[in-house]
Design a binder for this molecule. Structure first.
Ligand SMILES: Cc1ncc(COP(=O)(O)O)c(C=O)c1O
Length: 361
């Protein structure tokens, strides 16, 4: 297969160095060699995000980002308590759906896609529902490329004594995220977006002080149990067969991230998105979002009159680029161009030319 430049928000193009890491020796997941890789990934995650291992810990899970999300949502709510879900896109909606599947009591603050949540409504819901225990928010709503007000929601959650859970699956590594200021207790992410690894492993970084509460919550799933993955990994074990080769590449991707530094990666993504957005403007394309904070890694654009997403996708693919459709009710009116991952200068030069060819014609 030819090389495609992936302009979808993950899985992303990875470096040759990360790809080569897949080829390390086959290994049994119950051997010391694998546990060393697992330990290193958990340690390097904290190092990359400058987190003190005295206060923060991680659980790795083999699965997509949703596996870590569902594992965390399913494992953090005490019996009889409610979760407050802030929903302004497909991924906020996904948290709400997970809560429903587990028959959790749920309060939902829904806003239009592309709009920031109403913080007054969030506060009112917290006042009205003292049995809410967990507040859940998506950091970067990948549906539209909107950055939600993590710090403001975190401070509201804490003012009312709640646990704060953040889906930063498309955020960590690509967007500013201050663990301290956000006061987040649980942050969920995946290897294959801004971390620049392969799909197949995801993780939750969380506060150690949560462990004793987690231990008292009855297990609601055999596989998707944050506490049991953690307990096993702490004891140099794994409850189930992990994605061994994906873990090799994940560790390599973390080495790259630590060398580049999170700040510089964020800056790199920011610079590319700025260049791309200037180009989109030149070409008369209009952004779907306005008046809200934009992410560094995805731009949602209105489909130009007379162009279908399918025809655009086909033309870009013929030139070696994969663009991404709008989701849900934006499917026929919006398309998305992401700039996560290993995108080189020469990819960008070629992309500029293709953008001109497609949108000037
Ligand atoms: C914010 C957010 N949450 C959850 C997911 C789901 O991740 P996955 O498709 O890896 O299960 C995504 C995927 O794009 C996402 O962007």
């Amino acid at each position: 297969m030819d090389k495609y430049v992936l302009l979808n928000p993950g899985p992303v193009n990875v470096s040759e160095r990360v790809r080569q890491a897949l080829l390390k020796a086959d290994m049994c997941h119950r051997e010391e060699e694998y546990f060393q890789v697992q330990d290193q990934i958990r340690r390097k995650l904290l190092t990359a995000f400058s987190l003190d291992p005295e206060y923060y810990t991680t659980s790795l899970i083999s699965g997509s980002g949703t596996s870590a999300l569902e594992m965390t949502v399913a494992s953090t709510l005490s019996e009889g308590k409610k979760i407050l879900v802030i929903n302004n896109g497909v991924y906020g909606d996904r948290i709400a759906k997970i809560a429903d599947i587990y028959h959790f009591g749920k309060v939902e603050i829904v806003s239009d896609w592309g709009k920031l949540p109403d913080l007054n409504a969030v506060e009112q819901a917290l006042k009205d529902n003292p049995d809410v225990e967990v507040v859940a928010l998506v950091h970067h709503e990948t549906t539209t490329g909107l950055i939600n007000p993590v710090n403001a929601v975190g401070s509201l959650a804490k003012r009312y004594g709640k646990i704060f859970l953040v889906d930063s699956i498309s955020g960590l590594g690509g967007e500013d995220f201050d663990f301290k200021e956000s006061q987040a207790d649980f942050v969920i992410c995946t290897a294959n977006k801004c971390i620049q690894g392969f799909p197949g492993m995801a993780f939750t970084i969380f506060k150690k002080k949560e462990l004793s509460r987690l231990s008292r919550i009855p297990s609601r799933s055999l596989y998707l149990n944050l506490y049991s993955w953690h307990q096993s990994q702490e004891k140099h074990g794994t409850p189930f067969t992990p994605a061994v080769q994906i873990a090799y590449a994940f560790e390599e991707a973390l080495d790259e991230l630590i060398e580049e530094t999170v700040e510089k990666r964020i800056q790199r993504y920011h610079n590319v998105s700025k260049l791309l957005r200037a180009k989109f403007q030149d070409l008369g394309l209009s952004l779907y979002l306005s008046g809200v904070p934009l992410s560094n890694t995805i731009t949602a654009l209105h489909l130009p009159e007379g162009k279908s997403y399918e025809s655009l996708h086909k033309r870009f693919k013929e030139k070696g680029f994969i663009i991404y459709a709008g989701q849900g009710n934006l499917q026929t009116s919006v398309f998305r161009i992401a700039n996560m991952g290993e995108i080189t200068e020469s990819d960008l030069v070629r992309l500029n030319k293709v953008l001109e060819e497609v949108f000037k014609s």
